[in-house]
Design a protein around this ligand. Structure first.
Ligand SMILES: NC(=O)c1ccc[n+]([C@@H]2O[C@H](COP(=O)([O-])OP(=O)(O)OC[C@H]3O[C@@H](n4cnc5c(N)ncnc54)[C@H](OP(=O)(O)O)[C@@H]3O)[C@@H](O)[C@H]2O)c1
Length: 431
């Protein structure tokens, strides 16, 4: 085979080094599968002197990222550097030059996807981003291509390994959030600054990307209602367990009538739901489609080789298209759906109240719910004396009504605090 496709990499850290290793180890198979030999000709990094232990010649490293994109000996650009502005400029330039781009950058795709897809369409070249959502798990292609003949109505995902690890440890060991987070940081499962993960930002980016693909519309990260896991307590987990639920940080994208609802929040999920068994740092995406029914995609959502696998799959796609002088499917956003604000949604809720332990307290609390037309499905009291707590599960209620109820409860006689409010998603999944 005499065809050679030359690859320029922007970044060679966790994901980039996985890409290099896979391209090296599987070179012979990849050559047969694509019909070309893939050669990494340039690698842009910050520190060109760092020994990365990779099968790459030192002279191909450069700190001049633009030179990688511009180089005549680069046919395909692989962006695995992360960040927004610089990565965005480099990708736009690569597309302008007619070079297919593969990226793992969820933050960028979730915030600037529409502009990037327009640029790719205008240039008539591929922009692939399978690794941007759930690492190794194939989900972009299934939504974009395999399910193109179906109508997806809901996508629910455990999309962040760090938070799933923390919630799993809290559930299985009864540990407190702060202790598990500290342990996760010590073991390298959580970043020194864990905000992007525990605050739900990372999951929100991925949910936006999935929603866009599932519903043929444009959803960006800022459209996603987002709540993190920072306030989930050991008591919440214990209550959930007793009621037959686990608490998971879910990204939920659903379509109803004229609108799309997109949210990320910790959720009471029935233990019987397939996503409830997704433990530790694994990711999974549960897709409900009209004809296909229920589908679940499960695997490693991060890591050098798992994410590298998704990037290399995209590189192979890009190379095949390049060799055939064709391109993959373009963005499909023809349905242009409205984003439904969270206030319009209805779910069940779990509330934990610190109350004074005195006769008639429950009736006073029940009146506050009744006044706001939120009906209570289950209620009981935990403890007595100074540390009395009321646990309540509501029937399906409107978010706005629930928020008003919470504000009213905070002013209600004998209620010391509304300690927890979490959504319960049992009905949604059984519909
Ligand atoms: N890590 C995962 O498991 C995972 C999973 C899915 C998606 N992703 C996405 O993949 C991308 C890369 O993540 P990563 O974990 O591989 O990051 P990383 O380990 O921090 O690697 C980033 C690489 O980019 C280079 N780089 C960054 N900014 C640069 C700049 N301004 N100039 C020159 N070089 C620069 C770094 O150079 P030096 O090596 O010299 O510092 C490094 O090689 C991100 O978009 C991330 O969200 C990561």
């Amino acid at each position: 085979m005499d065809r050679v496709i030359r690859i320029g990499m922007l970044g060679c850290g966790t994901v980039g080094s996985g890409v290099v290793r896979i391209l090296d180890q599987d070179a012979a198979d990849i050559e047969v599968r694509t019909g070309a030999r893939l050669v990494i000709t340039r690698v842009g990094v910050r520190d060109t002197a760092k020994d990365r232990g990779l099968p790459l010649a030192p002279e191909i490293f450069t700190s001049d990222l633009a030179s990688v994109v511009e180089a005549d000996d680069v046919d395909v650009v692989v962006e695995v550097m992360g960040g927004r502005d610089q990565a965005s400029k480099l990708i736009h330039r690569a597309l302008e030059l007619g070079k297919p781009v593969v990226t793992a950058n969820k933050e960028l795709v979730a915030h600037e996807g529409p502009e990037l897809f327009d640029a790719a369409a205008e240039a008539g070249v591929d922009l692939h981003y399978e690794a941007a959502v759930a690492g190794a798990i194939p989900i972009i292609k299934p939504l974009k291509e395999s399910l193109a003949g179906d109508r997806v109505h809901r996508v629910v995902g455990i999309l962040n390994g760090t938070t799933n690890y923390i919630l799993t440890k809290m559930t299985e060991e009864g540990a407190a959030y702060d202790d598990v987070l500290a342990e996760a940081q010590r073991l390298g499962y959580a970043e020194a600054d864990p905000t992007a993960d525990v605050g739900g930002h990372d999951a929100a980016s991925k949910t936006a990307i999935l929603a866009s693909l599932a519903f043929d519309t444009r959803v960006v990260a800022d459209d996603v209602h987002r709540e993190g896991i920072e306030n989930v307590t050991a008591t919440d987990i214990k209550v959930a367990d007793r009621l037959g639920y686990v608490i998971k940080l879910l990204g939920i994208a659903s379509e109803q009538d004229d609108a799309v609802a997109v949210r990320v929040h910790p959720t009471f999920l029935p233990k019987t739901h397939p996503l409830a068994s997704v433990r530790e740092s694994f990711n999974a995406i549960y897709v409900e489609a009209d004809a296909a029914g229920e589908l679940m995609f499960y695997g490693r959502g991060a890591g050098s080789l798992p994410t590298g696998s998704a990037v290399v799959g995209d590189i192979i796609d890009a190379v095949r298209n390049l060799l055939q002088e064709s391109r993959g499917p373009v963005e499909s956003a023809h349905r242009a759906k409205r984003i439904r604000p969270i206030e319009e949604l209805s779910t069940q809720y779990y509330l934990l109240l610190d109350v004074e332990d005195r006769p008639g307290q429950l009736a006073i609390v029940a009146q506050t719910f009744g006044r706001n037309e939120v009906s209570i499905a289950q209620v009981w009291q935990e403890g007595s004396g100074d540390s009395a707590q009321l646990v309540l599960i509501t029937h399906r209620a409107n978010e706005r009504a629930l928020q008003t109820t919470v504000r009213d409860l905070e002013q209600t006689d004998g209620v010391r605090a509304v300690s927890s409010v979490l959504r319960v998603e049992s009905e949604v999944f059984s519909q």
